[in-house]
Write a protein that binds this ligand. Structure first.
Ligand code: THU
Length: 137
C-alpha cells in the first residue's frame, strides 16, 4: 500500500470521528507487517480525559487482534469544517509514547504537509524516549 493510499484510508476513517467538543477531527490508518490496515478516529467524551486519540484507537485495534508488528501509520486531522485538511496533524505526546512501546526504528509516521505526504521516524518525533529498555537497567 502506498503512502498516498494510506493517507486516503486515514481520511475515510476521519469521517467517523466523534469530536463534538473540540470540533477537531482526526483519522489514522496503521499498516502492519501482515499487510493489514487498522483504522482509527478520535472519540471524545463529555468527561474530557476519557477521550481517545485516533492513533491510539488504530493501534489498540491491531494489538487486540494479535497483530503487533507495524510498518507505518498515516495521520490526518483538522477542524471539522475542513473536509480534507492538508496540513500537519502531528501525534500528541501520549500517542508518540504509545508508538514507542510497539514500533521499531523503521516505523514510519506519515503526515500531510501542504498536501504532500511527509515521513517522520519515531526518533525524530520523540527523541531520547523512555522505553522498555530503560526498565532493564
Ligand atoms: N487528537 C488525536 O486524535 N490525535 C492526535 O494526535 C492529536 C489530537 C484528537 C484528540 C481530541 O479529540 C482532538 O484531537 C483535539 O485535541
Amino acid at each position: 500500500m502506498t503512502n498516498e493510499e494510506l493517507i486516503k484510508t486515514a481520511f475515510a476513517a476521519r469521517k467517523y470521528a466523534y469530536a463534538p467538543y473540540s470540533h477537531f477531527k482526526v483519522g489514522a490508518a496503521l499498516l502492519t507487517k501482515s499487510n493489514r490496515v487498522y483504522t482509527g478516529c478520535n472519540i471524545e467524551n463529555a468527561s474530557f480525559p476519557a477521550g481517545l486519540c485516533a492513533e491510539k484507537v488504530a493501534i489498540s485495534k491491531a494489538i487486540s487482534e494479535g497483530d503487533k508488528e507495524f510498518l507505518k501509520i498515516a495521520i490526518v486531522g483538522g477542524n471539522e469544517d475542513i473536509e480534507e485538511p492538508k496540513d500537519y496533524c502531528t501525534p500528541c505526546g501520549i500517542c508518540r509514547q504509545t508508538m514507542v512501546e510497539f514500533c521499531d526504528k523503521n516505523f514510519e509516521i506519515i503526515l500531510f504537509d501542504n498536501g504532500i505526504p511527509k515521513i517522520f521516524s519515531l526518533d525524530q518525533l520523540l527523541p531520547h524516549s523512555f522505553n522498555k529498555n530503560d526498565l532493564k537497567k
